[in-house]
Design a protein. Structure first.
Length: 279
């Protein structure tokens, strides 16, 4: 509309230029004054256009500002929702592990694991054998010399029966260790883990026994270190201790003192060789 008005005034200026007598009949002002007024009109229109442009830019800026604010608020809500979803997922994962731990299948895993761990308490030599079997190199053979101690803590009636079943029991012990490794896989699971028992107070001395002997085997044998994967069990039991608020052991000797004095360990046939480690 403004463009039409400006074109009309411009066309009128040209009409006056070709018909000067038209203006002279209506005014005594010089012709140049008429065009000066036209120039003033155009200047005013230009100023109005500038004001209109500034106003439109201001409205665009306000709209963009509002859109940015809405986007920021939406991103904030999305981030909060993501945190809640992640927390719920972590809680669900631990709950699933707890249900697995309580399942009928996993009860078999725990029973088989105890069929290895209790003989390990009865015979340190057998415990050293089990620790060597965590590695692919320098594995120890089963020693007949430890059978008498193992037999007193095993359900198997003969050595041959025990040797036949023992490997399957150790595979189940691997499953138990992997279970606890998964349980401590995330450092932010501490608050969730402490809400579930997982019978850790029962497993703690036995897991520390195996983890410590495993670490000794690793440190003492360079061939084992060459072919071994990184050790995790010792770090797992440390994380479990922290999750359940257990006081960390100040030394290996203190750990063995805890082990030999543990009520559950004392209910088994304890190999006197462990008493020497606790001194």
């Amino acid at each position: 509309m403004s463009s039409t008005l400006i074109l009309g005034i411009w066309a009128g200026g040209w009409l006056v230029a070709f018909e000067p007598g038209f203006l002279q009949g209506h005014t005594t002002q010089p012709l140049s004054d008429v065009f000066s007024s036209v120039n003033a009109l155009f200047a005013g229109l230009a100023f109005c256009g500038l004001i209109a442009t500034i106003y439109l830019q201001y409205r665009d800026m306000e709209g963009a500002k509002k859109q940015i604010q809405e986007t920021a608020e939406a991103n904030s809500r999305l981030a909060q929702a993501s945190v809640k979803m992640a927390a719920h997922a972590d809680e669900r994962a631990v709950l699933d592990l707890f249900q697995t731990y309580c399942s009928e299948y996993f009860q078999g895993v725990k029973d088989s694991s105890m069929s290895v761990l209790i003989p390990c308490v009865a015979s340190k030599e057998y415990c050293d054998f089990v620790a060597s079997r965590f590695f692919v190199a320098e594995q120890m053979p089963f020693s007949d010399a430890c059978w008498d101690k193992v037999a007193a803590a095993s359900y198997c009636k003969t050595r041959d029966e025990f040797v036949l079943q023992e490997q399957r029991y150790r595979y189940k012990l691997d499953e138990l260790i992997n279970f606890f490794t998964l349980l401590t896989g995330r450092s932010d699971n501490d608050k969730l883990i402490e809400r579930f028992d997982f019978s850790y107070s029962w497993w703690r001395p036995l897991l520390w026994m195996i983890a410590t002997q495993q670490k000794k085997r690793y440190d003492a044998n360079p061939v084992v270190r060459t072919y071994a994967t990184p050790l995790t069990l010792l770090e797992v039991v440390r994380k479990l201790d922290a999750s359940y608020g257990m006081v960390p052991f100040a030394s290996e000797s203190e750990m063995w003192q805890f082990f030999v004095n543990h009520p559950k360990i004392q209910s088994y046939r304890l190999d006197p060789a462990y008493l020497q480690l606790a001194q």
